[in-house]
Write a protein that binds this ligand. Structure first.
Ligand code: NAD
Length: 354
């Protein structure tokens, strides 16, 4: 075995019903006393309750998916005007993304309180959009110093969004198996992430108020993001990045739909990944485990349901090709990508696609 693995420095505080107490403790430990709270309008009430014991100078709710540059600029200005010394973000990947955008230019410490399974809180990846062009990059300054996980905050996440978001986390795990910096540590984290998602997500669907299912999903979301942060973007993320940026498709649903086609394509060419993923699902073949889970969850299954047009497929395939990671386990042609996208567009059986 020979590998180089990056472990990101972060504290994780996990406890259902404990977010308010954890925030008070963690913000004090950072030595911060002028806090900016970021939450979307929907999550601001919750954020208000959680941060009642902090000295909050600014409550900020101008959160927009994919962080448009002008939204980031306004938020930075507000942070500077109030001279804040820490940011507490309460929400999904869009909210965490705005906190990261501020941290990137100001170096302000972020305490992230995630309310979805997107996993942005555990990566040093930032994303900004200008027009319909999304730019991402990696910067240690944007990595939240502390993550406060409290599964009770995810109880309000509607089942369809929980499923899509959980499958977004699953995509981090699967892609981490063959991404450019895949290594045995990432693979171990990702395999446990798959196992915990396969255990937790069905419980979230059958009993959305089950804290057990929600805890498993949130714990897995963290593992998935750590594996993804270290392994980098594999074929799956490259495809979704182009689709999300150029065609304005919803983030989590796009991941949920595309994943089985990438697994059907890459799995046979990546025996170790195939074996680990199948073992994590407890099935003979990885794709069977994923498809069984997706059926059980009633997962989104066709890009055409989310506004992706069939006649966009050739151009999308051309746009993805240069982004394909050179070390992908199987060589990728434009024809392969067109086939994959056509199947994902219509929701065809991935096992019959490759
Ligand atoms: P999101 O943050 O946009 O949230 C989706 C919807 O769910 C929103 O309407 C939000 O208000 C609502 N919501 C969130 N939590 C809720 C709760 N507990 N109860 C009820 N409603 C709730 O979506 P997301 O999928 O969490 O994040 C997507 C964004 O995150 C994308 O911009 C994506 O690029 C980014 N992302 C970044 C990374 C990274 O490493 N940088 C990783 C994953 C995702």
């Amino acid at each position: 075995m020979r590998f180089v693995h990056d472990t990101l420095p972060q504290r994780v505080s996990f406890g259902s019903g404990e977010a308010a107490a954890s925030l008070e403790r963690e913000v004090a430990e950072l030595g911060a006393s002028r806090v900016m709270v970021i939450a979307s309008k929907r999550e601001m009430d919750t954020a208000g309750t959680l941060t009642g014991n902090l000295r909050v100078l600014l409550r900020y709710n101008d959160v927009v998916m994919h962080v448009p540059v002008e939204v980031a600029a306004r938020a930075r200005e507000a942070a500077a005007t109030h001279n804040v010394d820490a940011i507490v973000s309460v929400g999904g990947g869009s909210t965490t993304g705005l906190a990261k955008a501020i941290a990137r230019t100001t170096g302000l410490p972020v305490v992230a309180v995630p309310t979805t399974y997107a996993g942005s809180e555990a990566t040093a990846v930032w994303g900004l959009t200008e027009g319909n062009r999304k730019t991402t990059g990696t910067d240690p300054r944007v990595l939240p110093k502390v993550i406060v996980y409290d599964a009770t905050l995810t109880l309000t996440l509607p089942v369809p969004i929980s499923v899509a978001s959980g499958l977004n986390a699953l995509a981090h795990c699967v892609d981490a198996m063959w991404a450019p910096k895949a290594d045995p540590i990432n693979a171990a984290l990702a395999a446990e992430g798959i196992r915990a998602l396969a255990e937790g997500l069905p419980k979230v669907v059958t009993d959305p108020s089950s804290i057990d299912g929600r805890e498993h999903a949130l714990y897995a979301a963290y593992l998935s993001a750590v594996a993804f942060a270290s392994a980098g973007s594999g074929l799956h993320h490259k495809i979704c990045h182009v689709l999300g940026g150029a065609y304005n498709l919803p983030h989590a649903q796009t991941h949920a739909i595309v994943l089985p086609y990438v697994l059907a394509f890459n799995g046979p060419a990546a025996p170790d990944a195939e074996h680990r993923i199948a073992a994590a699902f407890g099935t003979n073949r990885a794709i069977d485990g994923l498809e069984d889970l997706r059926r059980e969850l009633g997962a989104p299954h066709a890009l055409r349901d989310y506004g992706f047009a069939e006649d966009a497929i050739p151009a999308a395939a051309e746009a993805i090709l240069p982004a394909v990671p050179p070390g992908n386990p199987r060589p990728v042609t434009v024809a392969d990508l067109e086939r994959l996208l056509r199947a994902a567009w219509s929701g065809a059986d991935p096992r019959a696609t490759f």
